[in-house]
Design a protein around this ligand. Sequence first.
Ligand SMILES: Cc1ncc(COP(=O)(O)O)c(C=O)c1O
Length: 453
Amino acid sequence: MSLNKAPNNNVFYRNQNWSYPRIVKGEGVYLYGEDGKRYLDACSGSAVANIGHGNSEIAEYTKELMSRIAFTHLSRWTVDTIEECARKVCQWTPGDLNHVYFVSGGSEATEAAIKLARQYYVERDGGKTSKWKVISKWTSFHGNTLGALAITGITGRKKMYDPMLAQFPKIPQFYHYRNQWGCETLEQTSIRCAQALEDEILKQGPENIMAFISEPVVGSAAPGVHPAPVYFKMVREICSKYDVLWIDDEVMAGFGRTGKKMAIEHFGNAIPDIICTAKGMSCGYTPIGAAIANDEVFRTIMVNGSGSFHHGHTYAGNPLSAGISLKVLEIMERERFVDHCEAQGEYLMKRLQELYRYPIVGDIRGKGLMIGIEFVKDQKTKQPFEPSEKVNTIVNNHCLELGISPYPGGGSADGFRGDHMQITPPINISREETDELFAALEGAIKKTCEEIL
Ligand SMILES: Cc1ncc(COP(=O)(O)O)c(C=O)c1O
């Protein structure tokens, strides 16, 4: 039964079981409530407000740009901001990922990527190509629209819609903490998981497999989980061997969040065929995202093929959002925020190790400032709490009382059970603010232990 806690107005809120504090202002890493309470935004919304709130340089630039040109349709016009933003994005992406297909968010980016993959094979091999399946992983999240949800692997979020979804094959996540083989090292787990990709391609028949999609560092499905570098080396080799496109979903991990420009750089030199991005591309100052294609995919469709991608959204590639994203990326470069993120991430990760002394802390993992903490009933057996115990809600409520706002979630253990918390503060967070975040987080975990154990 609904708890009907959301404000009673005309907004269709996402969740009636939550009483939404009203925010009146954001400044730097802080959000301010109408009651004057200050919250350190320990999750940047959901890894979105990566350069903090209330940036006046972006506000002034936006005002100027809006009065010059706010909207043109990308099917008919081009504008300098669109071209310059695409050029800048490609300076952040590795290899020959040189072709930016703009969209307005993460689910649109993954949807565009899988349609791009399908059209690539149709244009290359003719309409009779049998390639259409996308392999993805359990305990992954790629978005909530129907195509994106079909490739999403976290079962709790898709169960309701299952009859409406294309049934794409799934393989195990590189989730070392809960690996099914009893592997003792991350490297061993990573190898088993990459072998599972080859096994699945062979089982399904390579002639039917169009793409493999993976987050480089997992977001809300199992925050902070990542493989050893060998994983993506093997993924690249397997995808090339069986003529499968590799889609790298950096919607959350991209644009500096992990302490590298793109998170895939943590894992050797393997270059994907398509990268999906959104969130950090504009850091919340405008909705924008992109599916970025390599030369081969682009040329096959757009130069040697029909010349037209059968897809598109009205707001995709609008000059206002492109200009704002460009400005955000220029600021990140000028202020060296990615290097800062790497340093603060290392510092925070070191401090977080202290939390293992609390018996509900099972696993702490991540890259840069994309960190996840998993809570367990028993540190030894890794037994998760039951969803009815609402452990992530309890920790989160204590965090809010103590003035920080992380991103709670569940389902990482088996799709339904498994409480976790995503710690993704703005990547320009200072050392003092990082200490403040840590102190409040520790306080919240301590209080939770006192309450539930
Ligand atoms: C890896 C990943 N892909 C796709 C999405 C979907 O993005 P959006 O919510 O902007 O549609 C998300 C959102 O959190 C994500 O983390």
